[in-house]
Design a protein around this ligand. Structure first.
Ligand SMILES: NC(=O)c1ccc[n+]([C@@H]2O[C@H](COP(=O)([O-])OP(=O)(O)OC[C@H]3O[C@@H](n4cnc5c(N)ncnc54)[C@H](OP(=O)(O)O)[C@@H]3O)[C@@H](O)[C@H]2O)c1
Length: 327
């Protein structure tokens, strides 16, 4: 087993990491880091009774303590700016850091990875710090990559997001209940830059990001201008054609599920599909697919906590293991 730590285990992403690493076939979590010292079960927002988790103590861990415990991999769900300092210290001590947090995502030396989009890049970097993209970028990057792989000639992207409350732990119920907030600080710029870094696409990408009164699951309305006219069947075939990365235990059974009903996907119904997967919530959904002349339209739904968060990091850890990089 590979000894691992979860940094930020008391946060919403960290809790999901803890849950899904609890019975992992080759990662063994030996440290659950937090700024507070208290039993994990006092923080636990997820179903009770998962084997072994009730006795876990959260507490601050120094990097030296992690090293003394033999930790080789730190899964980081820390908020910035603490993430920046802690992750770099762990790397300096020789650990691999697989991080969800935003610092360094755009650094040219740091790989930004979704295995189904750009798994090959892990071999081109020497960095021990790797990142998964912003939760919203994850949904659009998976869809755009599927279209690009199929040879669809993309000329311009228009994206509007409807992002859930769990995507921002700083929001208060007062300003978000029954509301739509048409601004998320820094989000639109992040989505454009991360999408370009991951897919290599160099075209105009126009984004509006909004926070909506939904607990989990980010919806994204996508319009794509293309260089020629494609049929709806070709678009669906392209999306369905994106394959999970074989051998990774947390790969979903399918990367993109197509909904044909006119009112799907919906966050409340479809954020946790494919319950038979090791980690439910790893599949991205697409619906309302239509083509008008040279414009493709669709809605995307991505589970921000899982595919765009905890599950995305775990999948990246598995990728590094299978590429024999976690030494
Ligand atoms: N929520 C999402 O949908 C989402 C999706 C993708 C990426 N992300 C990114 O993932 C990271 C975590 O997000 P989140 O929503 O889970 O945030 P969160 O609920 O606020 O959790 C932040 C975690 O960081 C820990 N932390 C902060 N300062 C610390 C310190 N000085 N020492 C030790 N631990 C400290 C917190 O511990 P305490 O509670 O003990 O202070 C908590 O466990 C962020 O960087 C976020 O940008 C979030």
């Amino acid at each position: 087993m590979i000894k691992a730590a979860v940094a930020g285990a008391s946060g919403i992403i960290g809790e999901h990491m803890v849950l899904h690493l609890a019975r992992h076939p080759f990662f063994e979590v030996v440290a659950y880091g937090s700024s507070r010292t208290e039993p994990l079960k006092d923080r636990w927002m997820l179903p009770q009774g998962v084997d072994g988790l009730n006795d876990i103590e959260l507490r601050p861990y120094s990097i030296q303590e992690l090293a003394d415990l033999g930790v080789r991999v730190v899964f980081s769900a820390l908020s910035s700016p603490f993430a920046e300092k802690y992750e770099l210290e762990a790397v300096s001590a020789g650990m691999h850091v697989i991080s969800n947090s935003s610092p360094f995502r755009l650094d040219p030396e740091i790989p930004l990875i979704i295995p189904e989009v750009n798994k090959g890049i892990v071999d081109k970097y020497t960095s021990k710090l790797i990142k998964n993209p912003n939760c919203t970028t994850t949904g659009v990057a998976i869809a755009i990559n599927a279209l690009m792989n199929y040879g669809i000639d993309i000329k311009e992207i228009y994206l509007t997001t409807y992002q859930s409350l769990s995507g921002d732990s700083s929001l208060t119920a007062y300003n978000s209940f029954g509301n739509v907030i048409p601004y998320i600080s820094g989000e639109e710029e992040k989505i454009v830059k991360e999408l370009k870094k991951m897919t290599g696409i160099e075209i105009p990408v126009n984004v509006h990001a909004a926070r909506v009164n939904v607990s989990a699951g980010h919806m994204e309305s996508l319009f794509i201008k293309t260089g020629k006219v494609y049929s709806k069947e070709e678009v669906i075939a392209a999306l369905e054609n994106l394959q999970p990365v074989r051998d990774l235990p947390s790969s979903p059974s399918r990367v993109i599920k197509i909904f044909y009903e006119k009112d799907r996907p919906q966050p409340i119904l479809d954020s946790w599909i494919d319950q038979k997967d090791r980690i439910p919530g790893m599949t991205v959904s697409a619906g309302r697919i239509n083509v008008e002349q040279n414009v493709i339209g669709m809605f995307i739904l991505v589970n921000n906590l899982i595919r765009g968060g905890a599950g995305g990091s775990i999948l990246n850890g598995e990728l590094l293991h299978y590429r024999n990089i976690l030494r």
